[in-house]
Write a protein that binds this ligand. Structure first.
Ligand code: SPD
Length: 281
């Protein structure tokens, strides 16, 4: 008998991958966590039935959420990652010697524990001495922080269930206060493609644009995510994502990446018309 995992992308669209074995299954205090081995996508992490990350294409997501802001602001020293308990974003951040501290705030301790055990490459740098892991709700953690961070990365799950509060105007306002004067906020911004997700994309963009003087989105292709067309939000108090990109300086760092490069950085901000219309509605 064959085992298949299906991610429900919309009421009318499903995405299935064959699985060879269910490696872990746990009902945590926050959500149902499953880890499966699949021939096509390697080991995959599933939260409450929804696909979060796969060994095959996680590099695209984690490189794009990290290196875009790091190539724009050379002075990043203190970083806050909200969500991201699998460790993929931290793995990319620790490539920068200038970063002094990374606070990872993950609501579900079991995600971190299971990632350490079953996703060894993705979670490999959670033990870096610059990393502190806090098990708390992101919104609660960031409330009351004032000008502490140069970069906040919101590496959340989808905008319902445990991550709902991370797509609200209140949350973006607290992030603005927690950032220094040249701070950057990056958030995973969902897919603009299916009608079912467009409202959350538009609302998130609208809420962020109220708080930050610079606010736009950039895109990449993540095959295992709904429609494959994925957006990230780039919001900043000062830096423009392309005008302030210093490609020569970033390339001199010789950071090894499989997806991100500085040509792609510029191109990622060139948006299809349907996305521009969605954001401007
Ligand atoms: N629909 C899937 C969206 C998941 C975004 N977050 C993934 C977390 C990987 N660190």
């Amino acid at each position: 008998m064959e085992l298949w995992y299906t991610d429900q992308h919309t009421d009318d669209v499903r995405f299935s991958m064959k699985a060879s074995v269910q490696v872990a299954s746990k009902k945590s205090a926050v959500q149902q966590i499953d880890i499966l081995d699949t021939p096509a996508y390697g080991r995959v992490l599933v939260l409450d039935g929804g696909l979060m990350t796969t060994e095959k294409d996680e590099f695209i997501y984690h490189e794009m959420i990290t290196h875009v802001p790091m190539a724009v602001n050379p002075n990043v020293r203190n970083v806050l990652v909200i969500g991201g308990g699998d460790g993929g974003t931290v793995r990319e951040l620790v490539k920068y010697r200038k970063i002094e501290s990374i606070d990872l705030v993950e609501v579900d301790k079991d995600v971190v524990l299971l990632a350490k055990k079953y996703l060894p490459f993705t979670s490999s740098k959670l033990k870096d001495k610059r990393v502190s892991v806090w098990f708390e709700e992101g919104l609660r953690y960031v409330r009351g922080k004032k000008a502490e961070y140069d970069l906040i990365i919101v590496d959340s799950s989808d905008p319902y269930g445990p991550a709902e509060g991370l797509f609200t105007r209140e949350f973006y306002g607290t992030c603005f206060k927690a950032l220094r004067d040249d701070g950057i906020l990056i958030n995973q911004h969902e897919s603009p493609f299916y009608h079912a997700h467009q409202r959350s994309v538009r609302d998130a963009h609208r809420h962020i644009a109220v708080e930050f003087p610079v606010s736009t989105v950039y895109q990449c292709h993540i095959p295992s995510y709904p429609s494959g067309h994925w957006l990230f939000g780039f919001a900043s108090k000062k830096y423009h994502p392309i005008d302030d990109l210093d490609a020569a300086r970033w390339n001199k760092l010789s950071i090894s990446t499989r997806y991100y490069n500085t040509d792609l950085h510029r191109g990622a901000f060139a948006l299809p018309n349907y996305v521009k219309e969605l954001l401007n509605q």
